[in-house]
Write a protein that binds this ligand. Structure first.
Ligand SMILES: Cc1cc2nc3c(=O)[nH]c(=O)nc-3n(C[C@H](O)[C@H](O)[C@H](O)COP(=O)(O)O)c2cc1C
Length: 343
Protein backbone atom coordinates (compact mmCIF):
# COMPACT_ATOMS: atom_id res chain seq x y z
CA UNK A 1 0.00 0.00 0.00
CA UNK A 2 1.32 3.43 -0.94
CA UNK A 3 1.15 6.15 1.68
CA UNK A 4 0.10 9.63 0.63
CA UNK A 5 -1.02 11.22 3.89
CA UNK A 6 -1.23 10.71 7.64
CA UNK A 7 -4.55 8.90 7.47
CA UNK A 8 -3.04 6.26 5.15
CA UNK A 9 -0.57 5.51 7.94
CA UNK A 10 -3.40 4.61 10.27
CA UNK A 11 -4.77 2.11 7.73
CA UNK A 12 -1.35 0.54 7.34
CA UNK A 13 -0.76 0.43 11.09
CA UNK A 14 -4.11 -1.27 11.60
CA UNK A 15 -2.99 -4.06 9.26
CA UNK A 16 0.35 -4.50 11.05
CA UNK A 17 -0.53 -4.17 14.72
CA UNK A 18 -2.00 -6.70 17.11
CA UNK A 19 -5.69 -5.65 17.11
CA UNK A 20 -5.67 -5.17 20.90
CA UNK A 21 -2.72 -2.76 20.71
CA UNK A 22 -4.27 -1.01 17.70
CA UNK A 23 -7.41 -0.44 19.77
CA UNK A 24 -5.33 0.86 22.69
CA UNK A 25 -3.74 3.50 20.46
CA UNK A 26 -6.79 4.37 18.40
CA UNK A 27 -9.52 4.42 21.01
CA UNK A 28 -11.07 7.23 22.98
CA UNK A 29 -13.17 7.28 26.11
CA UNK A 30 -16.69 5.79 26.17
CA UNK A 31 -18.67 6.76 23.04
CA UNK A 32 -15.60 8.42 21.49
CA UNK A 33 -17.59 11.59 20.84
CA UNK A 34 -14.61 13.84 21.56
CA UNK A 35 -12.25 11.63 19.58
CA UNK A 36 -14.40 12.15 16.48
CA UNK A 37 -15.09 15.82 17.28
CA UNK A 38 -11.41 16.81 17.23
CA UNK A 39 -11.01 15.87 13.56
CA UNK A 40 -14.53 16.89 12.54
CA UNK A 41 -14.04 20.41 13.92
CA UNK A 42 -10.95 20.97 11.77
CA UNK A 43 -12.90 19.84 8.72
CA UNK A 44 -15.76 22.22 9.52
CA UNK A 45 -13.49 25.28 9.59
CA UNK A 46 -12.64 26.94 6.28
CA UNK A 47 -9.46 28.74 5.29
CA UNK A 48 -9.53 32.10 3.53
CA UNK A 49 -6.35 32.70 1.51
CA UNK A 50 -4.72 36.10 1.02
CA UNK A 51 -3.46 36.83 -2.48
CA UNK A 52 -0.59 38.44 -4.36
CA UNK A 53 1.74 38.66 -1.39
CA UNK A 54 4.85 38.35 -3.55
CA UNK A 55 7.20 36.53 -1.23
CA UNK A 56 9.38 33.43 -1.43
CA UNK A 57 8.72 30.00 0.02
CA UNK A 58 7.47 30.07 3.62
CA UNK A 59 9.89 29.72 6.54
CA UNK A 60 8.68 27.02 8.89
CA UNK A 61 11.47 27.08 11.47
CA UNK A 62 11.14 28.97 14.71
CA UNK A 63 11.42 28.69 18.48
CA UNK A 64 9.00 27.32 21.04
CA UNK A 65 9.85 28.35 24.62
CA UNK A 66 13.43 29.00 23.56
CA UNK A 67 13.83 25.65 21.78
CA UNK A 68 14.56 25.59 18.09
CA UNK A 69 12.14 23.65 15.95
CA UNK A 70 12.26 23.11 12.21
CA UNK A 71 8.49 23.51 12.06
CA UNK A 72 5.72 24.43 14.52
CA UNK A 73 4.87 20.78 15.17
CA UNK A 74 5.89 18.78 18.25
CA UNK A 75 5.46 15.14 19.14
CA UNK A 76 2.74 14.88 21.81
CA UNK A 77 3.52 12.63 24.76
CA UNK A 78 2.09 9.15 24.22
CA UNK A 79 2.62 6.12 26.42
CA UNK A 80 3.96 2.64 25.64
CA UNK A 81 5.78 2.96 22.31
CA UNK A 82 7.19 -0.57 22.60
CA UNK A 83 3.67 -1.85 21.89
CA UNK A 84 4.15 -0.37 18.41
CA UNK A 85 7.81 -1.11 17.69
CA UNK A 86 10.48 -3.14 19.55
CA UNK A 87 12.84 -0.19 20.16
CA UNK A 88 9.93 1.92 21.34
CA UNK A 89 10.62 5.55 22.22
CA UNK A 90 14.27 5.35 21.06
CA UNK A 91 13.05 5.04 17.45
CA UNK A 92 10.58 7.89 17.88
CA UNK A 93 13.25 10.10 19.45
CA UNK A 94 15.67 9.42 16.61
CA UNK A 95 13.10 10.44 14.02
CA UNK A 96 12.24 13.62 15.94
CA UNK A 97 15.93 14.52 16.20
CA UNK A 98 16.51 13.95 12.47
CA UNK A 99 13.48 16.09 11.66
CA UNK A 100 14.62 18.84 14.04
CA UNK A 101 11.39 18.84 16.06
CA UNK A 102 10.73 18.67 19.78
CA UNK A 103 9.59 15.38 21.29
CA UNK A 104 7.56 15.48 24.49
CA UNK A 105 8.62 12.25 26.17
CA UNK A 106 5.86 10.60 28.20
CA UNK A 107 6.43 9.73 31.83
CA UNK A 108 4.80 6.39 30.95
CA UNK A 109 7.44 5.51 28.38
CA UNK A 110 8.62 1.93 27.94
CA UNK A 111 12.31 2.88 28.04
CA UNK A 112 13.76 5.35 30.54
CA UNK A 113 14.01 9.09 30.00
CA UNK A 114 17.80 8.69 30.06
CA UNK A 115 17.60 6.16 27.21
CA UNK A 116 15.28 8.43 25.22
CA UNK A 117 17.67 11.34 25.75
CA UNK A 118 20.57 9.24 24.47
CA UNK A 119 18.68 8.72 21.18
CA UNK A 120 16.95 12.07 20.90
CA UNK A 121 17.41 15.74 20.12
CA UNK A 122 15.36 18.37 21.93
CA UNK A 123 13.21 16.72 24.57
CA UNK A 124 10.53 17.94 26.93
CA UNK A 125 9.31 15.68 29.73
CA UNK A 126 5.63 15.03 30.42
CA UNK A 127 4.71 14.44 34.01
CA UNK A 128 1.66 13.28 35.95
CA UNK A 129 2.28 14.85 39.37
CA UNK A 130 2.27 11.92 41.80
CA UNK A 131 0.84 12.38 45.29
CA UNK A 132 4.24 11.17 46.54
CA UNK A 133 5.99 14.49 45.96
CA UNK A 134 9.37 13.02 46.87
CA UNK A 135 9.03 10.60 43.97
CA UNK A 136 7.71 13.35 41.67
CA UNK A 137 10.76 15.42 42.56
CA UNK A 138 13.07 12.53 41.75
CA UNK A 139 11.48 12.26 38.28
CA UNK A 140 11.94 16.00 37.75
CA UNK A 141 15.61 15.75 38.75
CA UNK A 142 16.09 12.85 36.32
CA UNK A 143 14.42 14.78 33.47
CA UNK A 144 16.63 17.80 34.20
CA UNK A 145 19.77 15.68 34.35
CA UNK A 146 18.83 13.97 31.07
CA UNK A 147 18.77 17.41 29.42
CA UNK A 148 15.00 17.90 29.02
CA UNK A 149 14.25 21.53 28.23
CA UNK A 150 10.72 21.85 29.66
CA UNK A 151 8.23 20.03 31.85
CA UNK A 152 4.72 19.35 30.58
CA UNK A 153 2.31 18.66 33.41
CA UNK A 154 -0.80 16.82 32.30
CA UNK A 155 -3.73 18.24 34.26
CA UNK A 156 -6.72 16.59 32.60
CA UNK A 157 -6.27 13.31 34.42
CA UNK A 158 -7.52 13.39 38.02
CA UNK A 159 -8.63 9.84 37.15
CA UNK A 160 -8.27 7.55 34.16
CA UNK A 161 -10.93 7.98 31.43
CA UNK A 162 -13.18 4.98 30.79
CA UNK A 163 -11.94 3.13 27.75
CA UNK A 164 -14.53 0.58 26.67
CA UNK A 165 -12.53 -0.82 23.75
CA UNK A 166 -9.84 -1.69 26.29
CA UNK A 167 -12.43 -3.26 28.59
CA UNK A 168 -13.92 -5.34 25.77
CA UNK A 169 -10.42 -6.53 24.84
CA UNK A 170 -9.64 -7.18 28.51
CA UNK A 171 -6.48 -5.09 28.00
CA UNK A 172 -5.50 -4.02 31.49
CA UNK A 173 -1.86 -5.07 31.75
CA UNK A 174 1.17 -4.58 29.56
CA UNK A 175 2.59 -7.75 28.01
CA UNK A 176 5.55 -9.43 29.74
CA UNK A 177 8.81 -7.50 29.29
CA UNK A 178 7.11 -4.16 28.62
CA UNK A 179 6.65 -1.80 31.55
CA UNK A 180 6.76 1.85 32.62
CA UNK A 181 10.54 2.11 32.71
CA UNK A 182 10.65 5.45 34.57
CA UNK A 183 8.65 3.97 37.41
CA UNK A 184 11.10 1.18 38.14
CA UNK A 185 13.21 1.22 41.24
CA UNK A 186 14.33 -1.21 43.94
CA UNK A 187 13.47 -4.18 41.75
CA UNK A 188 9.77 -3.38 41.28
CA UNK A 189 7.71 -1.05 39.11
CA UNK A 190 5.84 1.61 41.04
CA UNK A 191 2.10 1.98 40.40
CA UNK A 192 1.14 5.20 38.57
CA UNK A 193 -1.33 7.32 40.53
CA UNK A 194 -3.77 9.62 38.74
CA UNK A 195 -5.15 11.51 41.70
CA UNK A 196 -8.03 13.98 42.13
CA UNK A 197 -6.07 15.48 45.04
CA UNK A 198 -3.68 17.25 42.66
CA UNK A 199 -4.38 21.01 42.71
CA UNK A 200 -2.95 24.44 41.89
CA UNK A 201 -0.89 24.12 45.06
CA UNK A 202 1.04 21.28 43.40
CA UNK A 203 1.64 23.33 40.25
CA UNK A 204 2.99 26.20 42.37
CA UNK A 205 5.18 23.72 44.22
CA UNK A 206 6.54 22.34 40.94
CA UNK A 207 7.26 25.82 39.53
CA UNK A 208 9.29 26.52 42.67
CA UNK A 209 11.14 23.19 42.41
CA UNK A 210 12.59 23.56 38.92
CA UNK A 211 14.30 26.11 36.73
CA UNK A 212 12.76 24.50 33.65
CA UNK A 213 9.76 26.10 31.95
CA UNK A 214 6.52 24.43 33.07
CA UNK A 215 3.58 23.95 30.70
CA UNK A 216 0.11 22.71 31.64
CA UNK A 217 -1.41 20.22 29.20
CA UNK A 218 -5.16 19.70 29.13
CA UNK A 219 -6.54 23.22 29.50
CA UNK A 220 -10.01 23.76 28.02
CA UNK A 221 -11.62 26.44 30.25
CA UNK A 222 -10.56 30.09 29.89
CA UNK A 223 -10.74 30.66 33.66
CA UNK A 224 -8.22 27.86 34.15
CA UNK A 225 -6.00 29.35 31.45
CA UNK A 226 -6.08 32.71 33.24
CA UNK A 227 -5.31 31.10 36.61
CA UNK A 228 -2.44 29.12 35.10
CA UNK A 229 -0.82 32.28 33.76
CA UNK A 230 -1.30 34.02 37.13
CA UNK A 231 0.22 30.96 38.80
CA UNK A 232 3.42 31.51 36.80
CA UNK A 233 3.31 28.68 34.27
CA UNK A 234 5.30 29.25 31.11
CA UNK A 235 2.98 27.74 28.51
CA UNK A 236 -0.35 26.01 27.97
CA UNK A 237 -1.44 23.11 25.80
CA UNK A 238 -5.08 23.21 24.77
CA UNK A 239 -5.83 19.50 24.80
CA UNK A 240 -8.55 16.98 25.61
CA UNK A 241 -6.05 14.12 25.66
CA UNK A 242 -7.09 13.06 22.17
CA UNK A 243 -10.58 12.22 23.46
CA UNK A 244 -9.26 9.63 25.92
CA UNK A 245 -10.27 11.26 29.19
CA UNK A 246 -13.66 13.01 29.68
CA UNK A 247 -15.86 12.10 26.72
CA UNK A 248 -18.04 14.82 25.14
CA UNK A 249 -15.57 17.63 25.85
CA UNK A 250 -15.46 20.07 22.92
CA UNK A 251 -12.95 19.79 20.09
CA UNK A 252 -9.71 21.53 20.99
CA UNK A 253 -9.67 23.78 17.92
CA UNK A 254 -13.09 25.11 18.99
CA UNK A 255 -11.68 26.08 22.42
CA UNK A 256 -8.52 27.72 21.11
CA UNK A 257 -9.94 31.21 20.29
CA UNK A 258 -11.49 31.80 23.71
CA UNK A 259 -8.31 30.64 25.45
CA UNK A 260 -6.08 32.69 23.15
CA UNK A 261 -8.23 35.72 24.11
CA UNK A 262 -7.67 35.40 27.85
CA UNK A 263 -4.00 34.50 27.52
CA UNK A 264 -3.42 37.49 25.26
CA UNK A 265 0.03 36.33 24.14
CA UNK A 266 1.47 36.33 27.68
CA UNK A 267 2.66 32.71 27.31
CA UNK A 268 2.90 30.40 24.28
CA UNK A 269 -0.21 28.39 23.53
CA UNK A 270 0.01 24.95 21.97
CA UNK A 271 -2.81 22.70 20.80
CA UNK A 272 -3.23 19.00 20.16
CA UNK A 273 -6.09 16.72 19.13
CA UNK A 274 -7.09 15.70 15.63
CA UNK A 275 -4.25 17.36 13.72
CA UNK A 276 -3.95 15.26 10.54
CA UNK A 277 -3.29 17.77 7.74
CA UNK A 278 -1.10 20.78 7.03
CA UNK A 279 -4.32 22.79 6.77
CA UNK A 280 -5.18 21.75 10.35
CA UNK A 281 -1.83 23.15 11.52
CA UNK A 282 -2.49 26.39 9.63
CA UNK A 283 -5.93 26.75 11.25
CA UNK A 284 -4.48 26.31 14.74
CA UNK A 285 -1.65 28.78 14.06
CA UNK A 286 -4.06 31.35 12.64
CA UNK A 287 -6.30 31.04 15.70
CA UNK A 288 -3.49 31.75 18.13
CA UNK A 289 -1.39 28.62 18.65
CA UNK A 290 2.41 28.92 18.56
CA UNK A 291 2.63 25.26 17.58
CA UNK A 292 0.63 22.04 17.52
CA UNK A 293 1.42 18.55 18.79
CA UNK A 294 0.81 15.28 17.03
CA UNK A 295 -0.34 12.17 18.91
CA UNK A 296 -1.66 9.12 17.08
CA UNK A 297 -0.10 9.75 13.64
CA UNK A 298 3.34 9.38 15.24
CA UNK A 299 2.29 6.03 16.70
CA UNK A 300 1.00 4.89 13.29
CA UNK A 301 4.32 5.86 11.69
CA UNK A 302 6.20 4.01 14.42
CA UNK A 303 4.09 0.88 14.02
CA UNK A 304 4.54 0.88 10.24
CA UNK A 305 8.28 1.49 10.03
CA UNK A 306 9.94 2.48 13.33
CA UNK A 307 12.07 5.63 13.06
CA UNK A 308 11.67 5.67 9.25
CA UNK A 309 7.89 5.56 9.58
CA UNK A 310 7.84 8.46 12.05
CA UNK A 311 10.23 10.39 9.80
CA UNK A 312 7.88 9.87 6.84
CA UNK A 313 4.87 11.08 8.87
CA UNK A 314 6.75 14.24 9.83
CA UNK A 315 7.96 14.88 6.31
CA UNK A 316 4.48 14.42 4.83
CA UNK A 317 3.07 16.91 7.33
CA UNK A 318 5.91 19.34 6.71
CA UNK A 319 5.22 19.25 2.96
CA UNK A 320 1.51 19.82 3.51
CA UNK A 321 2.16 22.68 5.93
CA UNK A 322 4.53 24.40 3.52
CA UNK A 323 2.01 24.04 0.70
CA UNK A 324 -0.92 25.26 2.84
CA UNK A 325 1.02 28.32 4.06
CA UNK A 326 2.01 29.19 0.49
CA UNK A 327 -1.56 28.85 -0.73
CA UNK A 328 -2.75 31.02 2.18
CA UNK A 329 -0.31 33.75 1.14
CA UNK A 330 1.73 33.51 4.37
CA UNK A 331 5.53 33.56 4.33
CA UNK A 332 5.71 32.20 7.89
CA UNK A 333 3.41 30.84 10.58
CA UNK A 334 3.38 34.27 12.22
CA UNK A 335 1.97 35.89 9.09
CA UNK A 336 -1.38 34.11 9.43
CA UNK A 337 -4.28 36.09 10.89
CA UNK A 338 -7.39 34.83 12.63
CA UNK A 339 -9.69 36.32 9.98
CA UNK A 340 -8.28 33.67 7.62
CA UNK A 341 -10.31 31.00 9.44
CA UNK A 342 -14.09 31.06 9.15
CA UNK A 343 -16.46 28.50 10.55
C1 LIG B 1 -2.05 5.86 22.87
C2 LIG B 1 -2.00 7.20 23.52
C3 LIG B 1 -1.33 7.36 24.72
C4 LIG B 1 -1.28 8.62 25.33
N1 LIG B 1 -0.55 8.76 26.48
C5 LIG B 1 -0.45 9.99 27.05
C6 LIG B 1 0.33 10.18 28.23
O1 LIG B 1 0.93 9.25 28.76
N2 LIG B 1 0.38 11.44 28.74
C7 LIG B 1 -0.28 12.49 28.19
O2 LIG B 1 -0.22 13.62 28.69
N3 LIG B 1 -1.02 12.34 27.07
C8 LIG B 1 -1.12 11.13 26.49
N4 LIG B 1 -1.86 10.97 25.35
C9 LIG B 1 -2.52 12.14 24.74
C10 LIG B 1 -1.60 12.83 23.74
O3 LIG B 1 -0.55 13.51 24.37
C11 LIG B 1 -2.37 13.89 22.92
O4 LIG B 1 -3.05 14.76 23.81
C12 LIG B 1 -3.37 13.31 21.93
O5 LIG B 1 -2.95 12.06 21.43
C13 LIG B 1 -3.56 14.30 20.77
O6 LIG B 1 -4.53 13.86 19.91
P1 LIG B 1 -4.27 13.09 18.52
O7 LIG B 1 -3.91 11.69 18.91
O8 LIG B 1 -5.59 13.20 17.86
O9 LIG B 1 -3.16 13.80 17.78
C14 LIG B 1 -1.93 9.73 24.74
C15 LIG B 1 -2.60 9.55 23.52
C16 LIG B 1 -2.63 8.31 22.91
C17 LIG B 1 -3.34 8.17 21.59
Amino acid sequence: MEVFNLRDFEDMAREKLDPVFYDYFASGAQDEVTLAANEAAFRRLALVPRILRGHGPPQLAGRVLGCESSMPVLLAPTAFHRLAWPEGEAATARAAREAGVIMIAAMLSTITIEEIAAAGGTLWFQLYIQPDLGFTKSLVRRAEAAGCRALVVTVDSPALGRNERGDRNDFHDLPPGIFCANMRGDGNVRQVRLSPEISWRHVEWLCGETQLPVLLKGVLHPADAAQAVDCGVDGLIVSNHGGRQLDTTPATIDRLPVIADVVGGRVPLLLDGGVRRGTDVVKALALGASAVALGRPVLWGLAVGGADGVARVLSLLRGELENALTLCGADSPGALTKDQVVG
